[in-house]
Ligand binder design. Structure first.
Ligand code: ARG
Length: 582
């Protein structure tokens, strides 16, 4: 504390020298003394008295200039100029306790709402419906959900958009295969595993020319709105979406059926998108395909890279639906910001689509468009995660394994809980571990999926944090103290260094959340919660709570209570459920 204030005074003096207010010459070191009378602050310096003469100023005048040049510091609540020109510093202790009391009395934990509430469209999860969700969709789903929840908590209006891939040539193959299946029982059995269904359809497509022909014809029929095809397609998508929602439910993801607006929803807009691009003078033809060429995008040979919006055969592309989606989101949904939680490998696609949308005026110049890309989830060998036989890992299987492993661990630790409760604890720990492992890494880096690590009770993991929360909660339960009955106006005291450290951290919850919302980086919240749990541990070790004299006892209970609430709220924003005991 003291050293920090000295450093800041030195910084202020350096600034005054740079401005020419103080002469460039050797100067006495800044002396900072603890005051005896706390009504004069906690520390005082006489530096203005020492430097006034060489500066040719009155000491009080110089003191004022120094105070004005002091870098901002949240650990100082107030400065005052006293007597002939002393500068007094008031430590933020009282500021700290005042903010803590405010946070304790506030449902929102003292977190300030965004100064300007925005409409934020968050595009996340967005799996392709032709196949079952696999581990590749995990990151988008989990990270996007955490950021959406955080934005909402900060007062923004969030519109979730699940831009599922429900349109495209692969549907011809699936429909042809669907049509072939006469036996309803067999069909529903096959559909219960979309991976197998897709594989079987693909095999038919590759091996039987007639089947392939039929599949291609079905795509054309589907696209021209044939009702029989549309019905088959619709039924298939319903089955596939049901699989997705089972996964969302198990994961505790907040996406709802009404958030689904897939590629097919933009199908009717696509011809208008192309004509709007033509009207804006952006369209060029290249080998029959209609493209937009942008100067900023060139290949390695320096040749311009086209954004193709319509193929020579009249078919539209992924980029065309994304342009339509951008226009819809800006115009119909009134988005101020549109965030895409999509694999980093689609970075170029988004840069191009954003640029085209801006040039075409599909979005306002001040609409913020951001691709929140993420890296790959790799297996232990550092290569993209695969099953032992080299297949894609289905998300449901991964979650089941996590739950089973977690259950085994908690069973070992808890002999006394009944099996139903243990089962629930295993479920929460397993799912949280998978989610937290993903959330706690910076999204843009690749990471290695490792069950042992994510289920460890040490380190920056879900089990550690869940356990930390139960520890705080159990203080109240074991002593039978109702936190709500703690006098909200009881004086808070921060005597020990561990108390101040914990208090300071508790008050950084808000700035942490704003960072998560601005940059789409939940790992910052994870790191914060991990530090908070650590700060609580040291506090708990050094500062007896229940055996302390009043009013210290209540003060410490309040700190513990705010810690519990902050941990619980923080984890909830990450989409992680807390347990009262484990
Ligand atoms: N369905 C795409 C995929 O699985 C992701 C879609 C992301 N969102 C978007 N608007 N392009 O790769």
């Amino acid at each position: 504390m003291k050293e920090k204030i000295i450093q800041r005074v030195e910084d202020a003096l350096a600034q005054l020298r740079a401005q020419g207010t103080l002469p460039e010459q050797p100067q006495p070191a800044v002396q900072l003394d603890r005051t005896r009378d706390k009504s004069h602050g906690d520390f005082a310096t006489n530096i203005a008295l020492l430097l006034a003469k060489p500066a040719g100023m009155k000491p009080r005048e110089l003191a004022e200039a120094i105070v004005a040049a002091l870098p901002a510091d949240s650990t100082i609540s107030k400065t005052e100029i006293a007597g002939p020109g002393f500068i007094n510093f008031f430590q933020a202790g009282d500021a700290l306790t005042a903010s803590l009391s405010a946070a304790l009395a506030d449902e929102h934990l003292g977190v300030a709402r965004a100064a300007r509430a925005q409409t934020v469209v968050v595009d996340y999860s967005s799996p392709n419906l032709a196949k079952e969700m696999h581990v590749g969709h995990l990151r988008s789903t989990i990270i996007g959900d955490a950021v959406a929840r955080t934005l909402e908590f900060l007062g923004h209006k969030v519109v979730r958009q699940n831009h599922v891939g429900d349109w495209g040539t692969q549907f011809g193959m699936l429909l042809a295969y669907l049509e072939e299946q006469q036996d309803q029982a067999e069909l529903s059995a096959e559909l219960s595993d979309l991976e197998n269904f897709y594989r079987a359809a693909k095999q038919r497509f590759d091996e039987d020319a007639e089947f392939a022909e039929r599949a291609r014809a079905l795509v054309v029929q589907l696209q021209s709105g044939d009702s029989h095809c549309l019905k088959l397609w619709h039924d298939f998508n319903q089955v596939s979406l049901r699989h997705c929602f089972e996964v969302y439910e198990r994961l505790g993801v907040s996406l709802q059926p009404e958030d689904v607006r897939g590629e097919s929803a933009y199908n009717p807009d696509l011809p208008h998108i192309v004509s709007a691009l033509a009207d804006a003078g952006l369209l060029q033809e290249s080998n029959g395909a209609r493209c937009v060429f942008l100067d900023e995008f060139k290949n390695k040979e320096g040749e311009p890279l086209p954004v193709i919006v319509q193929k020579a055969d009249g078919g539209y592309l992924y980029a065309t639906s994304d342009l339509a989606a951008l226009r819809y989101r800006a115009r119909e949904l009134g988005a101020d910001r549109i965030l895409y939680f999509v694999d980093q490998r689609q970075a170029l696609h988004f840069q191009q689509v954003f640029q085209v949308a801006r040039l075409a005026g599909f979005v306002q110049p001040d609409t913020e468009l951001a691709h929140m890309g993420f890296g790959t989830m790799n297996g232990p060998d550092g290569r993209p995660f695969k099953t032992r036989t080299g297949g894609t890992v289905k998300l449901v299987d991964l979650l089941t394994e996590a739950e089973d492993r977690a259950l085994a661990l908690v069973q070992e630790k808890n002999q006394e809980l009944d099996s139903e409760e243990l089962f629930n604890i295993g479920r929460v720990v397993g799912i949280s571990a998978v989610k937290y492992a993903d959330l706690s890494k910076h999204r843009s880096s690749d990471y290695i999926f490792n069950f042992d690590q994510m289920l460890s009770f040490d380190g920056n993991t879900a089990p550690y944090l869940l356990y930390a929360y139960t520890r705080v909660a159990s203080i109240f339960r074991r002593a039978e103290i109702d936190p709500a009955a703690l006098a909200a106006d009881a004086p808070l005291t921060l005597e020990a260094e561990q108390e101040t450290a914990l208090a300071t951290l508790l008050l950084q919850f808000g700035e942490t959340l704003h960072q998560v919302a601005d940059k789409g980086v939940p790992h910052v919240l994870c790191a914060y919660l991990y530090n908070l749990a650590g700060a609580f541990s040291s506090f708990y070790e050094h500062c007896p709570i229940l055996t302390a004299e009043q009013p210290l006892r209540d003060s410490r209970l309040q700190l513990a209570w705010l810690t519990a609430r902050t941990l619980k709220q923080g984890l909830a924003l990450l989409g992680i459920q807390t347990l009262e005991r484990m």
